[in-house]
Design a protein around this ligand. Structure first.
Ligand code: GLP
Length: 248
């Protein structure tokens, strides 16, 4: 199965296209199960979804969500926690029921059990209809760093130096020393069970990872390349992230 590509002129168009796909999904099935991502890339998509909700285009009242990951040892009130991010960028601005939103708890007394319960909740909700992803500069998806197995499940993972550096460049943490070294992350196997996957990438710093993910071999060295096997995966890219892709 090849990755489908949608090329946009800029990050604004990427956000609108991604929001349109999620909105269509919710219109077709009011109680859709939507997988979500953090990072700066999906922020525009969340703003577009909030706009659509405000004007009555879509309702999140029956929607259930699952987030990809969370830092280990960070409280949900911490402004760098992914729970805080999701509340701030999306959940507080739409009519979603907070109890239908699932973000792994980085302070769980038993993080292994937390990961297991997360997997079970996804199954109990009938699986994910659409999972929105970003991509790290090193090709990671969620916090599945290079070396992650295609059948990996939700688990405790160790972050690489490059991810710690990328997430402390001022957009998020101010200093690499503040970034936790571990996280809880949905596995590649978990993500690939979603019925549809949309991966967003903007900016030239993502071009190398996108080239490896789309045109490189399927390898654990580039976790996003493992999506090539999925039956319905679309990458929505701006011109800069397309970079030197030969297949446009
Ligand atoms: C973090 C998240 C990923 C995200 C990546 C890229 O590592 N765990 O899910 O895709 O950052 O983030 P950004 O969109 O800010 O480049």
């Amino acid at each position: 199965m090849a990755v489908k590509l949608m090329v946009c002129k800029d990050k604004g168009e990427v956000a609108r296209k991604a929001a349109d796909i999620i909105a269509e999904q919710i219109k077709a099935k009011a109680d859709s199960v939507i997988g979500l991502a953090t990072g700066s890339t999906p922020e525009g998509t969340y703003a577009e979804l909030a706009k659509k909700n405000k004007v009555g285009g879509i309702s999140f009242k029956k929607v259930r969500t699952f987030n990809l990951d969370e830092y280990l040892g960070i409280d949900c009130e911490h402004d760098q926690s992914y729970r805080y991010f999701m509340n701030d960028r999306l959940f507080n601005h739409v009519d979603i029921r907070m109890w239908n939103t699932h973000v792994l708890n980085g302070m769980a007394a038993d993080p292994g059990l937390e990961c297991l319960a997360f997997e079970q909740k996804i199954l109990a909700e009938g699986g994910v209809d659409v999972w929105l992803l970003g991509i790290g500069n090193n090709g990671h998806i969620a916090f599945n760093e290079p070396g992650s197995a295609p059948n990996s499940r939700t688990r405790i993972v160790k972050l690489t130096e490059s991810t710690i550096k990328a997430n402390s460049d001022g957009r998020f943490f101010k200093n690499p020393l503040e970034v936790p070294h571990h996280a809880l992350s949905a596995g590649i196997g978990t993500i690939c069970e979603a019925r549809r996957i949309i991966l967003l990438a903007t900016g030239a710093n993502k071009a190398a990872a996108i080239k490896a993910a789309v045109e490189g071999p399927m390898t654990m060295d580039c976790p996003a390349s493992l999506l090539q096997n999925h039956a319905d995966v679309t990458f929505i890219l701006d011109e800069d992230a397309v970079g030197k892709l030969s297949r446009k």
